[in-house]
Design a binder for this molecule. Structure first.
Ligand SMILES: C[S@@+](CC[C@H](N)C(=O)[O-])C[C@H]1O[C@@H](n2cnc3c(N)ncnc32)[C@H](O)[C@@H]1O
Length: 380
């Protein structure tokens, strides 16, 4: 543990696991994502956008579907939360979706280090924006596509909110119940000889108690209040449109049933890392998303696997087209031919059983808001 981390979390103090995650992942000086942590082939873990441009081409199709369903509005806002280094935005720009002229694409990323690379290879770049500029950006009528980034997300727009592998990285607590309505929590204590887990009794939010109680008594499980709050705010941000979150997920009961808390994982340099309290700030800490906990905020309109989602969007057609282009140019392959051939391997990774293909795609459609109603709970 570095001296700087020790100064954030002094010896003798105890914090909840979610507070520990906030420091270990997001503290501006010592947090993994604020310093070294990255998605990508040369980074710490491979996400679907980082597999190659095929995923972005299919998300571009999903954006077009939504734009058409909304009546082809003149301004169509896409807010991507947890955009990492901005790879998905670049693939979507490259795919030139039908909605391009209407597109205002905002990458909301809390790490300034990662926002700093968003402009690379991206035409229509409007900068790293503050709150006032974000508001102007999402309401601008000048022709798109336009791209920008910010640590701040807007409210009151029509479009899509995307989150690929964001929710699994939002800080969570670790709890268990005794079968009689009593809960305990795993806290983190900074003892003389290092960090250790300590058990403390706790209350859980009434809205989540029933779902948490569906797990077998005595098994530790994630309590994902931050993810639930993120979802409530995301639904609230939209006047009309859809929130789409893609992640590895299961029910709370299934997650809690994994032996040895197998749902709590750490990653570094494409490999599983050690115990989450070892070497804080140097590895990713993540957990499966509890779909039923999210549903307490709002039932999803649609739940599919990533495999089903990408098949419906025509991944097979894009791979066939790639094969055709490659066979036409195989004797003198250019960049286009190599890109076309790479679709075959990309599709295998994106659809893989036991891997990205099993991810869940959760969608919440927000109908036109009634002017008189408040902004909350309007998903369906
Ligand atoms: C696992 S990475 C995923 C990156 C990218 N979406 C991808 O699929 O390759 C999660 C990212 O979410 C960012 N993040 C975490 N909490 C956030 C928040 N509340 N708002 C915006 N970004 C956040 C992290 O800094 C990190 O870059």
């Amino acid at each position: 543990m570095t001296d700087e981390f020790r100064s954030r979390f002094p010896i003798g103090t105890t914090v909840s696991f979610s507070q520990y995650m906030e420091i270990a992942l997001y503290d501006e000086s010592v947090g993994f994502y604020a310093t070294v942590g990255r998605a990508g082939r040369r980074g710490d873990f491979l996400t679907s956008p980082e597999v190659g441009p095929l995923f972005g081409a299919l998300i571009a199709r999903r954006l077009d579907e939504e734009w058409l369903a909304l009546g082809s509005p003149e301004t169509f806002v896409v807010v991507e939360f947890g955009a990492g280094p901005g790879t998905l935005a670049r693939s979507i720009a490259f795919a030139v979706p039908e909605c391009a002229l209407a597109l205002r694409y905002l990458m909301v990323e809390r790490s300034a280090e990662q926002r700093a690379v968003h402009a690379d290879h991206l035409e229509g770049w409007m900068g790293d924006l503050d709150a006032a500029a974000v508001d102007t950006f999402v309401h601008s009528l000048t022709p798109g596509p336009q791209f920008a980034s910010s640590p701040i997300a807007p409210y009151g727009f029509t479009g899509v909110i995307l989150a690929n592998e964001l929710l699994d990285n939002l800080a969570f607590d670790i709890v268990r119940h005794d079968g009689a309505g009593n809960f305990e929590r795993l806290d983190v204590r900074h003892a003389e000889d290092g960090l250790e887990f300590v058990v403390a009794s706790t209350e859980v939010p009434a809205s989540l108690a029933l779902v948490l109680s569906s797990a077998v008594a005595g098994e530790w499980m994630p309590l994902q209040e931050h993810a639930v709050q993120w979802l409530m705010a995301a639904i609230d941000r939209l006047d009309r449109g859809t929130v789409i979150a893609i992640d590895y997920g299961a029910t709370t009961e299934e997650i809690a049933g994994r032996p040895d808390m197998g749902w709590l994982r750490t990653f570094i340099a494409q490999e599983r890392a050690g115990h989450p309290l070892d070497a804080p700030g140097t590895c990713d800490i993540t957990a499966d998303i509890a779909i039923d906990q999210l549903a307490t905020a709002c039932e999803p309109s649609l739940v599919t696997t990533q495999r089903e989602f990408l098949q419906r969007l025509g991944i097979a057609d894009l791979v066939d087209e790639g094969r055709r282009v490659w066979s036409e140019k195989a004797l003198a392959p250019d960049v286009e031919a190599l890109r076309a051939r790479s679709r075959i391997g990309e599709a295998e990774s994106l659809l893989e059983s036991g891997g990205l293909g099993d991810f869940v795609v959760l969608e919440w459609t927000v109908e036109m808001r009634d002017e008189a109603s408040d902004r909350s709970g309007n998903g369906r």
